[in-house]
Design a protein around this ligand. Sequence first.
Ligand SMILES: *[C@@H]1O[C@H](CO)[C@@H](O)[C@H](O)[C@H]1NC(C)=O
Ligand SMILES: *[C@@H]1O[C@H](CO)[C@@H](O)[C@H](O)[C@H]1NC(C)=O
Ligand SMILES: *[C@@H]1O[C@H](CO)[C@@H](O)[C@H](O)[C@H]1NC(C)=O
Ligand SMILES: *[C@@H]1O[C@H](CO)[C@@H](O)[C@H](O)[C@H]1NC(C)=O
Length: 340
Amino acid sequence: MLSLHRFLFTFLAISPLAACHRSFETTVLHQFTSPSWAENLAVCDNGDILFTMISPSASLYRIANPQSSNPTTTLVHTFPDVESLLGIAELKPNFFVVVGTNASGVVAIPGTGILWSVDFSVSSSSPLITEITALPQVSYPNGMTALPENDSAVLLADSTLGCVWRIDIHTKAVDIAVQLPQMEPPSTASTPIGINGVHATQDPFGSTVLYWSNSFETTIYSINIDGCTGAMLSGQQEPRIRARAEDGYLFIDDFAIDSKGGIWAAANFNNTVLYASVKSHILRPVVGSENSLLMAGYTSCCFGRRSGTDNVLYVTNSGAEVYPVNGTLTMGANVVAINV
Ligand SMILES: *[C@@H]1O[C@H](CO)[C@@H](O)[C@H](O)[C@H]1NC(C)=O
Ligand SMILES: *[C@@H]1O[C@H](CO)[C@@H](O)[C@H](O)[C@H]1NC(C)=O
Ligand SMILES: *[C@@H]1O[C@H](CO)[C@@H](O)[C@H](O)[C@H]1NC(C)=O
Ligand SMILES: *[C@@H]1O[C@H](CO)[C@@H](O)[C@H](O)[C@H]1NC(C)=O
């Protein structure tokens, strides 16, 4: 890890724009007025970005042509009966599932979650939106991921109960897929948030790996799961610690894994992009900082999918609503592209 990290810093240090780690090129793709909170995002197979809003309403937006000089952002839909929209997962091309909930402050109100499907295969501007099921069993629905080998189920993180739910989108069965102490809110957490972001991916050997962040432990864990059912494999070892933030960071929100296995994590309350290479276990700051609005309240990130965009990290920001920069500064939510 040190070599890649050093390489990055060396490269930046000799680039004319370089000034320590803040020299990555960033482009604001869409800016909201305050107060607002962008929470999560997914990249469609045509390269467009879909992102969810926690406030001012439970809305899904689409950014068309994010790599062009004038990307266009349109409201896809505002979801009824919930105040906030959180996780989003792509089950197959043009078919997404989103989850919403009511909340009090930054904590969800247990039992108010609802899951919807958003099917763009009919139309990219007016998709077919269907309520899948209400989620009375779920306390705090948060990050969501598809299963690599099963497009009829999603895995949903429950930040308060400390588990991952599996929801069958056809039968609407809701069951616990994985529940581990490493998913629970730690006793030191100021609010009851443990597991937050979840991403299931297939490794080069065909095994399915479930990664998750535990926010107040500032740790990214992984464990092998069954790629069809989402269940833990029998005889499974303890979860692996894939990365942990260096000292001083308060909270890891969502994260993304790059094509080399590096982890890019959202240190929301510290307004900072953290990075750990595949051999590293330490997430260190690379973009933004405690005293800057560049990554104000950074919530989530996702890499581009089109050729030539696998080094573009798209991020959602919440505008530092919870911990204002320098004690008083907040801004509207935004979506930013970072060339990493
Ligand atoms: C969420 O809160 C709204 C009021 O803001 C209420 O109308 C709605 O029924 C609540 N939703 C659920 C699922 O309880
Ligand atoms: C996909 O997941 C659903 C819901 O858990 C399950 O009923 C189904 O058997 C799974 N499919 C496969 C191929 O395992
Ligand atoms: C992160 O945020 C907390 C709370 O504002 C602060 O105490 C801490 O110093 C920050 N850490 C860094 C590395 O900026
Ligand atoms: C926050 O305060 C520091 C130290 O005074 C200053 O350098 C920085 O520019 C301030 N941040 C913003 C966004 O104004």
